[in-house]
Design a protein around this ligand. Structure first.
Ligand code: ATP
Ligand code: MG
Length: 352
């Protein structure tokens, strides 16, 4: 209500009345009646204008009320128009903003509901498939379909493998659900990034040897202090190493580089395998996303490893990314802030 015309007209009315009173008491002669006549006409005109404006405002308020009711009933495409006199512009803009925000929230909640449904159907498929197969093999064993001892052993091996896959999936799902619900407690402390990277690598040496994969490492000898949660850090490195080893094994090279910038350390884990196409790139960190299902049929992953890594890195104020040039270099990298005693102390104080 930038220009309050009503107030202006009321002030005019007041001045006209004051004018009439003054003329009536202090002026005599024919001019007096003429002046009072003019002022009265003005007064009537202003009053008519005021009544007109009141009716217009009343109609506009009715319109606003109708639009709000429409929005409340779910029609969030509703928008209000301003009137030529602009008296209610501020209110109309604010209501439009509110309706726009409500529309955005509605779209987001719809999208997250669709994403949840997709994840749920993915989970149920991933649980049902190995379970059906386990039940099938157990029934076959029960019915004595496996003739020889070797065949029985083969069935048992399949059951054991599929059960392990199920356990892995359930563990990952449980971990992801805990992260989503913010129930993971991260014990941030001073850690040597270089040492933890070396420790994580050691666990993969037998697999590297078995697959005849060459290891290229650039890890500084000096300590590289970061502030992070030990378990989560080990998990992130492990997930990325496992992926490079699984999906990049055909490239026969695994690279691990730890680099330093002003405020953070970056760990790059790369391979020279088939990589990830541009179409898949935006989704690799999504829950349950697996690239090219047919190519990866041998893959027994849950599609949660990268989603978990991303959530854990971001919870520790870091960033995670991927770059892929198929058969040349596919790099998964993440950065974590350098150890800063003051910052850590402040954070610990906040947590207690
Ligand atoms: P999990 O890690 O839970 O056992 P997963 O490996 O299938 O299962 P992610 O680690 O989230 O799940 O990886 C998602 C997908 O990204 C993988 O299925 C794979 O297709 C692709 N991917 C990941 N790392 C690489 C890589 N280094 N090269 C090529 N593709 C990769
Ligand atoms: Mg994985």
């Amino acid at each position: 209500m930038k220009k309050d015309k009503v107030l202006l007209l009321i002030v005019c009315q007041f001045f006209i009345l004051a004018g009439i009173f003054l003329i009536d008491t202090s002026v005599n002669g024919p001019a007096k009646e003429q002046a009072i006549g003019v002022l009265f006409t003005l007064l009537i005109l202003i009053t008519v204008m005021l009544i007109g404006m009141r009716i217009r405002t009343f109609l506009q308020l009715k319109q606003i009320n109708k639009a709000i009711k429409r929005a409340v009933q779910g029609n969030l495409k509703t928008r209000l128009w301003t009137n030529p006199d602009h008296t209610l512009d501020d209110i109309i803009f604010s209501i439009n903003e509110l309706i726009e925000e409500a529309e955005e929230i509605q779209i987001q909640s719809l999208q997250s509901q669709q994403a949840r449904e997709k994840i749920l159907s993915g989970i149920s498929h991933d649980l049902r498939t190995p379970l059906t197969s386990i039940i099938g093999y157990i029934d076959a064993l029960k019915d004595g379909i496996a003739a020889s001892e070797t065949e029985k052993q083969a069935y048992l091996d399949i059951i054991s493998r599929k059960s392990s896959r199920l356990k892995h999936l359930v563990d990952e799902l449980f971990h992801m659900a805990k992260i989503d619900a913010d129930e993971i407690h991260l014990e941030e402390e001073q850690l040597d990034f270089a040492e933890i990277t070396r420790e994580s690598l050691i666990a993969f040496l037998p697999d590297l040897k078995q697959e005849a994969i060459a290891l290229h490492t650039t890890i500084p000898e000096k300590t590289c202090f970061i502030q992070a949660d030990r378990l989560s850090l080990t998990r992130v490195i492990g997930n990325l190493l496992k992926n490079a080893l699984y999906y990049g094994k055909e490239g026969k090279v695994l690279g691990v580089e730890l680099t330093e910038s002003a405020n953070e350390y970056q760990l790059l884990i790369w391979d020279q395998g088939p990589g990830i196409s541009d179409q898949d790139m935006p989704y690799v960190f999504d829950k349950m996303y697996r690239v090219d299902q047919s190519r990866n049929q041998w893959n027994k992953g849950s599609g949660l490893g990268l989603a978990i890594a991303k959530a854990l890195v971001e919870k520790q104020h870091g960033k995670i990314w991927v770059e892929s040039n198929p058969w040349t270099r596919t790099t998964f990298g993440f950065s974590l802030p350098k150890y800063d005693e003051k910052n850590l102390f402040k954070k610990q104080l906040r947590n207690h």
